[in-house]
Design a protein around this ligand. Structure first.
Ligand SMILES: Nc1ncnc2c1ncn2[C@@H]1O[C@H](COP(=O)(O)OP(=O)(O)OP(=O)(O)O)[C@@H](O)[C@H]1O
Length: 313
């Protein structure tokens, strides 16, 4: 797969002396949805702002569709749409005028048919003549997305798309993001909502204290680091875990009524030591241990994220 953005050894030290980014290198693949996760102050906005040409890097380089963001700024910037967190000014302009103007800023020829398509896909068509200042917060958010899409960018950045939006808009936005991706647009989103990354992203990058500590396919990340737990509720409490079950390293609840097996999810059902749920249940049967109920829990991306960030330098 080809890269659409290449970030190489990027560093940013603000005038205050604060090193907000340290040696960040990252390839964004064309057509993917990439979620950039990190706690407050990790450097997400700084990274996006540099790629979009709003903040100057202290060191390193970035290219967008092969164009250097410093030496070939206009070409690089015209490939990018940026949806900021907030609309900064209330506007007396209509939705239609505002979105059309954004397109013109990038030197694109007017295309009423394209603007109509964007407004319709964002359920803004019946508001096209409304002044921005009269719109609800959710509608203003939609306008921000329409503005970012107006010049048909190849890459769309969404900075905290779900912050302060209602469930309906979030769902609409997720649908739109998938449609855009299916249409060939690369999407990069920053988020605090792990649910959002879990739901949408093809790949996930985790940034902490200015360092990119991990980049991984979401599915791989979840199987590699995802722990599962099987809890077995026993028919009769056990005073101790029988020796024959030793390899499973079961945890016994203080009252002896439950046993918990922690394992790493694998596709074959067996881990490296040949342990499996089927094997455990057979061993319980051999030991004559009856159970009332079984339930499993799986760690979410949130658990994985919290443990990663805790381990960060
Ligand atoms: N203009 C600036 N001058 C000095 N320090 C700054 C400036 N902008 C950001 N910082 C600092 O750089 C660090 C990274 O900030 P950044 O906004 O990139 O983080 P973030 O991951 O986007 O956080 P959040 O999730 O809160 O938006 C923070 O410690 C922040 O205080």
């Amino acid at each position: 797969m080809t890269s659409v953005i290449t970030v190489s050894h990027l560093g940013k030290t603000y005038a205050t002396g604060h090193a907000a980014l340290k040696e960040v290198s990252l390839d964004i693949r064309r057509g993917e949805i990439f979620a950039l996760l990190g706690p407050n102050g990790a450097g997400k906005t700084t990274l996006i702002s540099i790629i979009c040409g709003l903040v100057n890097a202290t060191s390193g380089t970035v290219t967008v569709a092969g164009h250097d963001i410093v030496t070939d700024y206009r070409a690089a910037r015209s490939r990018i749409g940026l949806v900021p967190q907030e609309l900064t000014t209330d506007s007396f302009e209509s939705v239609w005028a505002t979105v059309s103007f954004s397109r013109g800023l990038f030197g694109r020829r007017a295309s009423p048919a394209y603007i109509e398509k964007v407004l319709k896909s964002l359920s803004l068509w019946d508001k096209k003549d409304a002044k921005i200042m009269t719109l609800s917060g959710g509608m203003k958010r939609r306008v921000l997305i329409a503005k970012a899409l107006a010049h048909e960018p190849e890459v769309l950045f969404l900075d905290e798309p779900s912050a302060g939006v209602d469930v309906e808009l979030r769902r609409d936005m997720w649908r739109l993001v998938r449609e855009l991706r299916d249409g060939g647009v690369t999407i990069i989103l920053t988020t605090h909502y792990l649910e959002e990354a879990e739901e949408m992203a093809d790949r996930v990058g985790v940034i902490a204290k200015g360092e990119l500590i991990l980049v991984e396919e979401k599915a791989t990340l979840m199987t590699k680091l995802g722990k599962k737990q099987l809890t077995i509720e026993l028919a009769t409490p056990l005073p101790a875990v029988p020796e024959a079950l030793g390899p499973y390293a079961l945890a016994r609840s203080p009252d002896g009524a439950c046993l918990t097996y922690s394992y790493t999810a694998t596709t074959t059902g067996e881990d490296d030591a040949g342990r499996s749920i089927a094997g455990l249940l057979a061993a319980l049967d051999r030991e004559g241990i009856a159970f009332k109920d079984l339930h499993t829990e799986q760690s979410s991306l949130e658990d994985i994220f919290v443990s990663l960030v805790r381990r960060a330098p």
